[in-house]
Design a protein around this ligand. Sequence first.
Ligand code: FAD
Length: 470
Amino acid sequence: MSRALVWIRRDIRLHDHHALSQALKSHDQVYLCFIFDKLILDKLPKNDKRLTFIHNGLCELEEKLLEKGSSLLIRHGDPTTEIPTLCEELKIDALYFNKDYEPYAKKRDQVVTKKCQEIEVTALSFKDAVFFEGNEILNKKGEIYKVFTPFKRAWYERFTNNGGNISEYKVSLKNLAPIKNKESILKTDWFNRLGFSREDLALEAGTKAAKKRLKVFADYIRDYDEARNFPAMEKTSNISPYIRHGMISVRDLLRSGMDGKSSGHLTWTSEIIWREFYQGILDNFPHVEKKCFKPAYDAIKWKGKKKELDAWKEGMTGYPLVDASMRCLNATGMMHNRLRMVVASFLCKTLLVDWKKGEEYFALKLLDFDLAANNGGWQWSASTGTDAQPYFRIFNPYSQSTKFDPEGEFIKKWCPELSGLSKKLIHDPSQADMLQQAEANCTLGVDYPYPVVNYKAKRMEALAMYKEAL
Ligand SMILES: Cc1cc2nc3c(=O)[nH]c(=O)nc-3n(C[C@H](O)[C@H](O)[C@H](O)COP(=O)(O)OP(=O)(O)OC[C@H]3O[C@@H](n4cnc5c(N)ncnc54)[C@H](O)[C@@H]3O)c2cc1C
């Protein structure tokens, strides 16, 4: 009898799962496990929402396994010790897992693979998180693309040459090992064990919720092209936390995107390809984790102060759209893409704070935090990245606000103290005189802060700061 262990990581689902599909085809008994990685969890605050999101996703997965007479093995510790130990305890012949392209994960997986070899367990890894890996899409010189548009073109070409199919890795839950599980995720108080609190979530976790979200989104994907820049409209998919934790597969997303030919469908598919682009960049240029993609930009002498960074984090900069966005992030772990671009540009090019500090804060707060996409987004905004906007393109926080939240609806939701201001003043309350402040029941400096810096002056400083380094 041959036994396999499938190590679930950022792929918390039981459908269209490459590693699981292969293990079930090739072995008589298949075990599934998840390791709460001590090395990751020890660095997180105990109220991190992602722990609840992952926990709930694992509960759904275990419920399905229980229906088949199996269960999910859970451990807490260092995966490089826990996985080989489990393999020995269960007399496993082969370990299966899907590839993860983050530098930490790549190193961890190398260690696990080596330790498995030492105990005569074959370790097999599979492409699953992306449709094409970065090194599958090369330019004519055989190099990785560093610019998105030609990458996208080549991505489509390869897709078409491969037959234009998005086939599923079929999972037939037949050979699952019967498990008497003492530490089941459903029956054990893992929050208590791990020392984390169970948090309220803005989104329900799990595959069922992810599929439902995608189905709802299918009704307005046609409008995506036009509506996606207006946060108050809530017309993006909000699928990112699910794809991040693999509660849905990238093939599921591509199928939805390619289900129609409208400009909405095309633009949305293009966003999924952006995701692939950044995964490939991180995989092939891992220095981006710590440094600028373009080395010259490492010389920038960031002039921003801690006080300004703190105001940004708290949503107290005196710039309403920035503050509303940051308060939304702090409360929900979510932020609309347009707003991510606005607050990122504001931090680097108006507050003159190093993009790495913003990246770090997002990494702590985002429910969909993904090193590749986050790093790509921050380096794009700071103009230090692969396909970044030029450094002299600086978002004007006031015009971004009037353009993308014209009625101030989003601002009012997260900065209710500004609700009494007129449609014009809500984008820049510092222009309200004493009478207007009194009428709006909002005293500047008391109910809402004055702008922490002057945008126009800082714009000039930012240009000089970048110029000096380049
Ligand atoms: C500074 C900054 C930081 C970001 N950090 C992250 C992050 O940590 N995790 C993350 O998933 N995305 C990140 N993004 C990209 C983008 O903002 C989110 O993917 C998007 O807002 C998620 O919402 P949605 O699912 O409704 O997206 P939709 O607009 O519905 O797009 C569908 C999917 O496409 C992918 N996608 C969309 N835009 C991008 C993009 N620019 N780059 C890469 N993938 C994209 C995501 O998987 C997304 O779920 C960041 C962008 C910026 C500017």
